[in-house]
Design a protein around this ligand. Structure first.
Ligand code: F6P
Length: 343
């Protein structure tokens, strides 16, 4: 009987997910495996919702954003009995192994399940780029390119109308998208979750810049950035299954204060899900493909409990447990480079 490998995608969707799925399927079929797609992340394994994955189903998906498997933020450790359902369905489906494609939450579940005896391996996904043990996650490159293009486009209106433009980008705990798109887009101030916002300092920088003749400024702010005195700005209080609040709104809060304190006309743009949608860059397609092949290679070697990771230019296997232990926040060396261009 053919060996069986399952694949699921969990958490926020991300450009490049389909390249991982395609790589897993193509390699697995070559090795004589049958591939079972688990629909909608961990939810699909709780409910035993699956789809067959074959050459036909992965044909033409490489340039497509999102995930053909669907996704969810379901956490089987949240509701009593769900972990047992996951284990039961893993067995029922006759899976020899499961490839889990996700970020810290989804892979955190994978790591726990591995410790409880399931044969799982992981591939690191997130536009936020905040997973440890890997230099970069797929999806990040696409997100920073979208954000950079947006900053470039906002420059023209900022300059023509002599305005301050605040651009809110994603980045819950880490400001990677803000810092890299901000540097690439020539932002005048970049605000990230790692460094609390000193609003007086921000206004002083803007005034100084304008006093040397500049009539516009661009500020990039990560959604998870917060004021020195204050809390996260959120859209609602409700927590998701992993205990996260829905962020969003710091851009508008910041814009209001800046306009009041400096008198400069200020506008706010929230990029939101545009950063996660649509076609992945060539870099993300290649990285996703490499991660998918590595994950399947780990399955073939029965090297479970590991995650594919990019270190330098090499794709390596790292323990899932290490990858989810703590988040990778913005490198202060990079932040200090960005700071030279503030104001
Ligand atoms: O983790 C990726 C991410 O896009 C974060 O940057 C953001 O905070 C979150 O997902 C938004 O999640 P949701 O899709 O549940 O609104």
């Amino acid at each position: 009987m053919a060996k069986k490998v399952g694949a699921l995608t969990g958490g926020g969707d991300c450009p490049g997910l389909n390249s991982v799925i395609r790589a897993v399927v193509r390699y697995a079929l070559k090795e004589g495996y049958e591939v079972v797609g688990i629909k909608n992340g961990w939810k699909g394994l709780i409910e035993c919702a699956t789809m067959g994955l074959n050459l036909e189903s992965v044909s033409g998906i490489l340039p497509k954003g999102g995930t053909i498997l669907g996704t969810s933020r379901t956490n089987p450790y949240k509701k009593e009995g769900d972990v047992e359902k996951v284990k039961k369905n893993f067995k029922k489906l006759g899976l020899d192994a499961l490839i889990v494609i996700g970020g810290e939450d989804t892979l955190g579940v994978a790591s726990k399940l591995y410790k409880e005896g399931l044969n799982v391996v992981g591939a690191p996904k997130t536009i936020d780029n905040d997973l440890s043990c890997t230099d970069v996650t797929f999806g990040f490159d696409t997100a920073i390119n979208i954000a950079t293009e947006a900053i470039d486009r906002l420059h023209t209106t900022a300059e023509s109308h002599h305005r301050i433009m605040v651009v809110e980008v994603m980045g819950r705990h880490a400001g990677w998208i803000a810092i890299e798109s901000g540097i690439a887009g020539g932002a005048d101030i970049i605000l990230i979750p790692e460094i609390p916002i000193d609003i007086n300092e921000v206004c002083e920088l803007l005034k100084k810049r304008h006093s040397r003749g500049k009539s516009f400024s661009i500020i990039v702010v990560a959604e998870g950035a917060k004021f020195k005195e204050g809390d996260l700005v959120k859209q609602e209080e409700k927590l998701d299954a992993f205990g996260h609040i829905r962020l969003g709104g710091i851009g508008h809060a910041l814009g209001d204060i800046i306009e009041k304190k400096t008198g400069f006309e200020t506008r706010v743009t929230v990029l939101g899900y545009l950063q996660r949608g649509g076609t992945p860059t060539a870099f993300d397609r290649v990285l996703g493909t490499r991660f998918g092949i590595k994950a399947m290679e780990l399955v073939l070697k029965k090297d479970y409990g590991k995650m594919a990771a990019l270190q330098g230019n090499e794709v390596k296997a790292v323990p899932l447990e290490d990858a989810v232990k703590e988040l990778k926040t913005v490198d202060m060396e990079l932040y200090n480079i960005a700071k030279i261009f503030f104001g």
